[in-house]
Design a protein around this ligand. Sequence first.
Ligand code: SIN
Ligand code: MN
Length: 277
Amino acid sequence: MTLDMFFDPFCLKAIVRTPDPFRHQAPGFEAEGIARTALRGVYRQGSRSLQALGLPGICNFAVNRGRILSESGMVSGMDILEIRGFRIYRGFLDADAQAGLVGDLRAVAAQAPMFSPMTPYGKPMRVKMTSAGKYGWMSDRRGYRYVTQHPDGADWPPIPERVQDIWRKLVSDERAPDCCLVNYYGEGARMGMHQDRDEADFSWPVLSVSLGDEGLFRIGNQTRGGKTESIWLRSGDVVVMGGDARLTYHGVDKIRSGSSSLLEKGGRINLTCRVVD
Ligand code: SIN
Ligand code: MN
């Protein structure tokens, strides 16, 4: 994967020294550090001097150690934040791409209707879900697991091409995801802190796409408990949870109802793509 598809020339110049910075196998932190330092240096000069320099725009990077450096809105490039190893591509999907995805997901849900799974403890989950791909994620009295069929008995529909395309751009074109889990959060829905650990292979990241109302996403640690950090994920944001952060606890505390008009009936959709076996 190269970054020139969605970075302006200045960013590309800063990033080009990184052979493959965003692949989970080779995070390339050193080179990425060079890029970040360069960008931060320019960032400090402020938006007026950026224009004076004739730069067409700049990516707004955050520091790597959990604190967001800047969300000032002065930049025209895409923001990439990194919090505890979770890479957050702010506004990765524009309005057309988001609407296209919603259409694709309607087709998925027509074939594989959304359902409210039971937790292994016998409580219905607040989030509704369905899946696309070779496997779908399930929960019931028997536990959390991947299954090859919807509870109705049909195979899961294929993962939409638009979703596969995001995976290819941000994760890999060598291996496609096996599962695209589609979660729907209505008003009041939330998801408790958990690890994604039902897959056989943790060397592949989980890729998450947010659509519709904003969701307050909480990032914890590799073991349960401890200090956490939260960020509002907006429609069009994409998160890659990989490398050392692959087994980091995370959850969604609340949904900001009415913050987006993307979904006719409101609410939030989150897609997570995973390599399962
Ligand atoms: C998940 O962890 O499965 C969902 C995350 C999200 O909704 O943003
Ligand atoms: Mn998860």
